[in-house]
Design a protein. Sequence first.
Length: 314
Amino acid sequence: MAVPFCDGPRCCDLCYTEQVRGWHLTEDRRRRWTTKVFMHWDMEGASGIFSREQAWYWGEGVRPEVATEGRDLLIADVNAAAAAALEAGVDELIVCDTHRGGGNIIMDRMLSDRRITWLQKSRGYQDGQLRWMPGLDETVDGFMLPGHHAMAGTEGAFLPHTETGEWADFRINGQSVGEMGIEACFAGHWAVPVCFAQGDQAACREAEAMFPGIVTACVKRAVDRGKCIGLEPDEARKLTAQKVAEAIGRLRAGKCRPFRPTLPMTVTIRMVEAAKAEEASKSPGVERIDTYTVQGRVERHCDVVKWITGTGLP
């Protein structure tokens, strides 16, 4: 079948699944196909985390018992989701702790299984080179975004932000995206389909609008910016497990697609403070558009933030 907007075998879900992955070929092929998934964890959207203190537990004045509770909830959620992915038939699972760059999970409390690779930091070494999300490459079949939150400026969201409180709006080719969009764009370098997201109601709506075919697990809703209500942790984990299994099924059926904005990409950031725009504009390749806004132009999806933060591939 000809696809008029297609620019190659890894351009879209139709070409990707039928020409590259082969998930539509035969039922026997589908049964024998191995599945490798990259699970990129944030914390604000995890089960049972209902307060700013629990999610941003390193902050000044946070009670120690609340900080401990927050990490305990995250660890339980990560383990439950990992177990659900394996139960659903995932053969290789990479689990990356990305909240504040990582360091939130405690390794001796994590699920022990030879099929899981644990990444305690979102940056690490692969083939001797420091990069973002080591292990995410062309061998990965699906990309998951559990524990995530809505983008900066989202009304009715729990702790909405994009990377840093310094960014008021982040746009790729004119489309506002949050951290989920940025991370999915990075995965798009290898045309890895985005299949799952978990978080509050606003985060799930954002994911559903941006990623066709995605499965979401809505485990809470915001009361205000720093507080939310939702399912009890055990119930939320059960829902998440069900949705993870559903996402794996959709992934294998070729119903999820990668996020691949048109290249070259124009990436625009509106800063909260003019001084930050001025500072950023001094970097090579960064253009200042107005008092608060800077932009860069990149040729690869994996460079979506490298032009401004240095984070990406070598």
